[in-house]
Design a protein around this ligand. Structure first.
Ligand SMILES: NC(=O)c1ccc[n+]([C@@H]2O[C@H](COP(=O)([O-])OP(=O)(O)OC[C@H]3O[C@@H](n4cnc5c(N)ncnc54)[C@H](O)[C@@H]3O)[C@@H](O)[C@H]2O)c1
Length: 328
């Protein structure tokens, strides 16, 4: 099997939001990258997407213009999967999030990629056990799930399927560390891995609040970003809890001194009368959230928001890198 230090070329299978961002990251770190993208319309965006990613990194002094130009020259794109994976030392798949499609992609990758190569998937929530069975090398298949955009956000969750070898997990972890990421290896697979599993709970309750008229989607965003979002940029929920009261997490979670109003038996009238969480009510609430956000952002240039997000994320990372405590 490949050694993480020896990987010098990567195939990014699937362009799109995540595939382009992975490509920017790998090329920034000196690797040759070939993007496979079946849609010619998406493929044609390759240069513009990478240029935009590097413009942000150059503006933030993460790389120089000369380095950006050299990185751009290391990336090529094709609609031919065989051509994309032929020379690749590592494959990062970022195709559509559907089991049927992922299995089909993995079947093809198994046929076309070198037998020693690891096939990593960006899947946000799927189980590798359900995908790797489509290949003759299930032990070399693993989830390597990034956070958007992977060329900026460090976390990559490495999640083995039931047939994934320890060697593959180690290679994926070491490779992502070499790419300047923060790999977090999950000990067991689970829908949504670690963070999206938790994020699903957050969305579930946010949609309940909007659906039951407690706040609008924009009001929830405002409360979140001016409150807990600030702490969560610094700390995970458990360290937040350690600082919440003198008794730390024990007070908060075990003795429930602070969240009694959430667990004791005095729900607001709204909670007593709210409709049950059926598939239908959940879909209605989700639609309402989407409609509210679309209306609130109708006149907003979302491309400009994306660039603002990336520039601010880089500033936050800069602040976090200076003066870390032993707790982090
Ligand atoms: N968007 C996110 O925030 C995010 C974050 C982390 C992980 N992911 C995961 O990354 C993957 C891609 O998500 P995305 O948001 O980039 O989607 P996207 O729709 O932007 O990109 C997917 C791309 O795959 C291409 N494609 C279609 N069929 C294909 C095939 N058979 N083989 C290869 N490519 C094919 C599409 O043309 C499209 O360009 C998904 O598994 C998703 O769960 C997404």
């Amino acid at each position: 099997m490949m050694n993480a230090d020896k990987i010098s070329s990567v195939a990014c299978v699937g362009g799109g939001t995540i595939g382009f961002s992975w490509a920017a990251l790998f090329a920034q770190h000196g690797l040759r990258v070939t993007i496979y993208e079946p849609s010619a319309a998406v493929l044609n965006r390759t240069d513009a997407e990478l240029r935009s990613a590097y413009d942000t990194l150059v503006a933030a002094d993460v790389m120089t213009e000369t380095e950006a130009a050299a990185a751009l020259a290391r990336v090529s794109a094709t609609t031919d999967l065989a051509e994309a994976v032929a020379a690749a030392d590592f494959v990062q798949e970022s195709g559509p999030e559907r089991y049927g499609v992922k299995r089909e992609i993995y079947r093809e990758l198994d046929r076309l990629a070198r037998p020693d190569v690891v096939l990593a998937s960006s899947t946000s929530a799927m189980l590798m056990t359900e995908i790797q069975a489509a290949t003759s090398r299930p032990e070399r298949c693993v989830v390597a799930h990034p956070y958007n955009p992977p060329h900026i956000v460090p976390c990559v969750e490495i999640v083995p399927g039931e047939a994934t070898s320890e060697e593959t997990v180690e290679l994926a972890r070491d490779f992502m560390a070499r790419m300047g990421r923060t790999p977090v290896v999950a000990r067991k697979e689970c829908r949504g891995h670690i963070v999206n599993h938790m994020q699903a709970a957050l969305y579930r309750e946010a949609m309940w609040l909007v659906g039951n008229g407690v706040a609008t989607a924009a009001e929830i965003d405002l409360a979140f970003r001016s409150g807990p979002g600030l702490r969560l940029a610094l700390m995970g929920p458990f360290l937040v809890g350690m600082l919440t009261s003198p008794g730390g997490l024990r007070d908060t979670l075990v003795d429930r001194k602070l969240d009694h109003s959430l667990v004791d038996d005095i729900p607001a009238r709204l909670e007593r009368d709210a409709p049950p969480r059926t598939a239908e009510t959940k879909r209605e609430w989700a639609k309402l959230c989407a409609e509210q956000m679309e209306a609130a952002l109708a006149d907003t240039d979302m491309e400009a928001v994306k660039q603002w997000r990336d520039a601010k994320l880089l500033q936050i990372l800069d602040v976090l890198r200076s003066g870390q405590t032993t707790a982090q």
